[in-house]
Design a protein around this ligand. Structure first.
Ligand code: HMG
Ligand code: MG
Length: 297
């Protein structure tokens, strides 16, 4: 079993996109820097989406202009269309995330087109990004259920994951967008996907609405998945997924991995301090239990 796990840190993007208070740009820069200094090597920092739809991400280009680049750090951003890709390339991102979902209802609410149209739109974007030497993630949301359309069938997730891979994505991030999955529903979904996509190209992206996100990591780790999306202090949520709560907290992931003897190269004390710092900056309670426990010591 490969013992090296990579965390893909979502805090600056998924973490902040749903916050009622905007984090000022210098603090967003500080957040990313702190996360890098904790040992995180992949950080999604921005989204080149409509500022009317997601005002929290409006200054994505300014953020990328202000961020220092570090050897070994990959900065990523969400891209929904050609306009977003142009802006992301101009801003010097090192990875883009194309994002669609398994269900029509969420895809329409989120990006204004249906699933098929989104895939048709992504194909040239993926080629163009790769021509520029930029890596491409494909996000697949609502892999367990959709807030508008209900339960998602595992076979549907597998088929769409395979299509995202075929159109040029380097890896597929499987999103339980509304955090309703349990190991009982996540395991068959993963088995279906892993019939189509190698484990090395699969990431899991669990929201923690029902407190199941950490438990859901176990079937993923057991199946050889080594890419985990998580967010410092458990920040996160999608404005188009009503009722969904934050992401699985990065601190919880690091603590679990340490307990399992799996290495992820992240300093837990440093990460926990960042979680506490950003929670205070946002005026919200720290959403990580591990972070709260460590900071209370
Ligand atoms: P649209 O409004 O449906 O249609 O936008 P449009 O393409 O006709 O554009 C309308 C206006 O948006 C125009 O401006 C465009 O210029 C502008 P106006 O003429 O009205 O002033 N526009 C853009 N502006 C900036 N950047 C762009 C861009 N494209 C158009 N790239 C669009 C389509 C996709 C942009 C819109 O629906 C949108 O921004 N949606 C927000 C999507 C989003 O960020 N959702 C949250 C992230 S996804 C997520 O959280 C799930 C994930 O975490 C995984 C999981 O948890 O499952 C990834
Ligand atoms: Mg998400």
């Amino acid at each position: 079993m490969n013992d090296r796990v990579t965390l893909v840190e979502m805090g600056p993007r998924d973490g902040l996109q749903n916050e009622p208070h905007l984090l000022p740009l210098p603090l967003r820069v500080e957040l990313v820097e702190r996360l890098w200094h904790s040992g995180l090597t992949r950080i999604e920092v921005a989204a080149f989406v409509s500022a009317k739809r997601v005002p929290q991400m409006a200054d994505s280009a300014a953020l990328l202009a202000a961020l220092p680049r570090h050897a070994g750090l990959r900065l990523g951003a969400l891209v929904p269309n050609e306009q977003g890709l142009k802006a992301a390339l101009a801003a010097g991102v090192q990875e883009i995330g194309l994002f669609t979902a398994c269900s029509e209802g969420f895809t329409l609410a989120n990006i204004g087109v249906g699933v098929e149209e989104s895939l048709a739109r992504f194909a040239p974007l993926a080629s163009e990004a790769r021509r520029h030497g930029i890596r491409v993630r494909g996000y697949l949301s609502t892999v367990i259920a959709c807030p508008y359309d209900g339960i998602t069938r595992p076979k549907r997730v597998a088929q769409l994951a395979a299509r995202l891979l075929d159109l040029g994505c380097n890896e597929i991030s499987l999103g339980d967008t509304i955090g309703v999955g349990t190991p009982g529903s996540v395991a068959p979904m993963l088995d279906a996907v892993l019939g189509e996509v190698p484990a090395g190209q699969v990431a899991v992206h669990f929201h923690d609405t029902y407190g199941q996100a950490l438990a859901n990591l176990l079937p993923a780790l057991e199946r050889g998945i080594r890419l985990i999306d998580s967010s410092v202090a458990g920040l996160g949520g999608c404005p188009y997924a009503p009722g969904a709560s934050g992401n699985l907290a990065s601190e919880e992931v690091v603590y679990l991995l340490q307990g399992l003897g799996l290495d992820c190269g992240v300093s837990l004390p440093s990460l926990a301090a960042t979680g506490e710092w950003v929670s205070r900056a946002l005026g919200r309670p720290n959403g990580s239990r591990t972070g709260r426990a460590l900071c209370a010591k």
